[in-house]
Write a protein that binds this ligand. Structure first.
Ligand code: KG4
Ligand code: ZN
Length: 386
């Protein structure tokens, strides 16, 4: 099989990204234009602004990815684009542009699930390091701003399938990081800030009750299949809205509101606050709260994932998505997986958060079996992964 150069395009949320990947195993170029500055004043992603920013960025970002790869539009073998899940308006920008390119250049078009992309970010980097010996069954925790999912992944004749064995019932883990940072006046996005501040607090200072998930999910399985009585495979669901409420109560009972407001105002004035700025504006009570929150989320994520790994007797664990960039999460997974004798793999930090290299990598197995998208396919905001 000759080399295949796939151009990936990703625009599902607040990053406009394009990348060129060779045969699913070599990252040739990777460009990510972040919209953080646009959404920061609102404390979260504003969908209309996201679409507008994608429209502005998409052409130069793709051009830059091709230039970085020393490739012309014509020398690309296929164009891959995120179909969902994500913000419909944001997805449509990437999809429309990918379709236009595919039509004009007469190249095949490949539609990719964003969550599958996060899983293939790990595969891409492992192959790049020369590691082709991953053992199955494989369990992947995809943990980001929009998702907290556990998937059993299998590969047959180069084609991948996934079974969801756990998902969040309410907030995603990254969303909890972002909401708690906002409650504490720490700005947006919250994950990286909480990650960097946590080492300065006492993670045992505040105890949070463990999330209680009593009954089966009545909304049905996340993969869209109906729940049947015979469907008694063990599930490992998550819930992170309770901890956010507990923090709100802690703030009120410790009368932290005034100092939070002062911090929010001070930080918002700074164009690019540094770690020292965050520290200078955080008292010990806040640092302890931040560290305790992070510890609680990590214990829950690691605990449930490793329980799931044991229940399904998996041989390999992947941890991927924006929250997988978290330092303490990585260390905890590494330590506890080792104790369980389970090899764990993460993407590098740049490929943990949203990027298009993962989309181009996930498209390669589809390219091999001519699994191309029709020109009239559309965005699927709630797209399940199967
Ligand atoms: O994968 P991603 O870029 O976008 C989605 O698909 O959602 O993930 C973004 C999320 C945000 O919620 C952000 O706060 C979180 O990942 N995040 C982190 C870290 N870096 C990003 N959470 C914890 N620690 C980090 N270092
Ligand atoms: Zn993502």
């Amino acid at each position: 099989m000759p080399d295949a150069y796939i151009l990936g395009i990703e625009s599902s949320c607040d990053e406009t990204a394009a990348a060129v990947v060779r045969s699913g195993e070599q990252l040739v170029s990777n460009v990510v234009a972040s919209q953080i500055a646009t959404h920061k004043p609102y404390g979260g992603v504003v969908p209309e602004l996201a679409s507008r920013e994608h429209l502005r960025a998409i052409v130069p970002v793709v051009r830059q990815a091709l230039a970085g790869a020393n490739r012309t539009y014509d020398s690309i073998d296929a164009i891959a684009v995120t179909q969902g899940p994500g913000l419909a308006g944001a997805l449509l920008v990437g999809i429309s542009y990918a379709k236009a390119l595919a039509f004009a250049l007469e190249k095949p078009l490949i539609a990719v699930n964003h969550l599958e992309g996060h899983i293939h970010a790990v595969l891409l980097e492992e192959r790049q390091k020369g590691n082709r010996e991953l053992e199955f069954p494989l369990l992947a925790l995809v943990v980001s701003g929009g998702h907290t999912h556990l998937y059993l992944a299998s590969e047959q004749d180069a084609s991948w399938t996934y079974e969801n064995i756990g998902h969040t019932r309410d907030d995603a883990a990254g969303e909890a990081f972002d909401k708690v940072a906002r409650l504490l006046g720490l700005g947006y996005p919250g994950g990286p800030i909480i990650d960097r501040l946590s080492p300065y607090g006492d993670s045992g200072a505040v105890k949070f009750p463990a999330a209680q998930i009593k009954h089966r999910d009545r909304r049905g399985r996340h993969d869209g299949k109906a729940v049947s009585p015979s469907d008694n495979r063990p599930r490992f669901d998550f819930s992170y809205s309770g901890i956010k409420t507990a923090i709100l109560r802690y703030i009120e009972s410790n009368q932290m509101q005034e100092s939070i407001e002062a911090r929010r105002k001070a930080l918002v004035e700074m164009p690019k606050p540094k770690l020292e700025d965050y520290r200078a504006h955080s008292d010990q009570l806040t640092l302890d709260l931040v560290a305790s929150f992070q510890r609680a989320i990590i214990e829950d994520l690691v605990g449930k994932t490793l329980k799931a790994a044991a229940a399904y007797d998996v041989a390999t664990l992947f941890v991927t998505g924006g929250v997988a960039a978290n330092q303490e999460l990585r260390q905890t997974f590494e330590r506890e997986s080792r104790q369980q004798g389970l090899p764990v793999y993460f993407p590098s930090r740049p490929l943990s958060t949203d990027n298009a290299a993962m989309i181009a990598a996930a498209a390669y197995p589809k390219f091999l079996v001519n699994d191309f998208a029709p020109m009239d396919f559309s965005a699927e905001a709630g797209m399940p992964l199967r």
